[in-house]
Unconditional design. Structure first.
Length: 163
């Protein structure tokens, strides 16, 4: 079953790597075989400012069942990524993270591994803060064979969220 997926990432630093992931379905016989649908249109809205970005996030999350956080070197520091995670949690999306630092950029360079905290994403029964890395599965695109496994990861995240 194909899922509509919202990809959350640091646009300026990671767009080259993200493009490779978002287009990974091209090597499949069809989009259905890839195991996900991409709801991202970030490139079109970035230049319109904060109100347009917030509206775009809300609209783009509609109809999605999973949010994939593509974790680059500075992703956890981005306010819009945090906002996207918060909105995804509120709507009950399945969530997972994928480290992308081992992927090569347009210059053939890899990057440093990004932090996976993203601030508090909830509290446990004792009231202690829970962080992204404690609650959601995190994979590495290169070492965990993301091209072959993204569909499975997305489906598992959706299943865990009851979607």
């Amino acid at each position: 079953m194909a899922r509509r997926v919202f990809f959350s990432f640091h646009f300026e630093r990671d767009i080259w790597r993200v493009g490779q992931i978002r287009n990974s379905w091209l090597l499949k016989p069809d989009r259905e075989s890839a195991g996900f649908w991409d709801a991202a249109k970030w490139e079109e809205v970035k230049r319109k400012g904060d109100p347009a970005i917030a509206t775009w996030i809300e609209n783009s999350l509609n109809g999605t069942s999973v949010t994939v956080v593509l974790i680059g070197a500075e992703t956890s520091k981005r306010k819009w990524v945090r906002h996207e995670i918060e909105k995804s949690i509120k709507r009950g999306n399945g969530i997972l993270g994928i480290h992308i630092h081992n992927m090569k950029d347009k210059n053939g360079m890899t990057d440093i591994k990004g932090d996976t905290t993203f601030g508090e994403v909830g509290k446990n029964i004792l009231g202690k803060s829970i962080y992204f890395w404690e609650k959601y599965p995190i994979y590495d695109w290169v070492s965990d064979s993301g091209r072959e496994n993204l569909g499975k990861w997305v489906e598992e995240a959706a299943r865990k969220a009851g979607k």
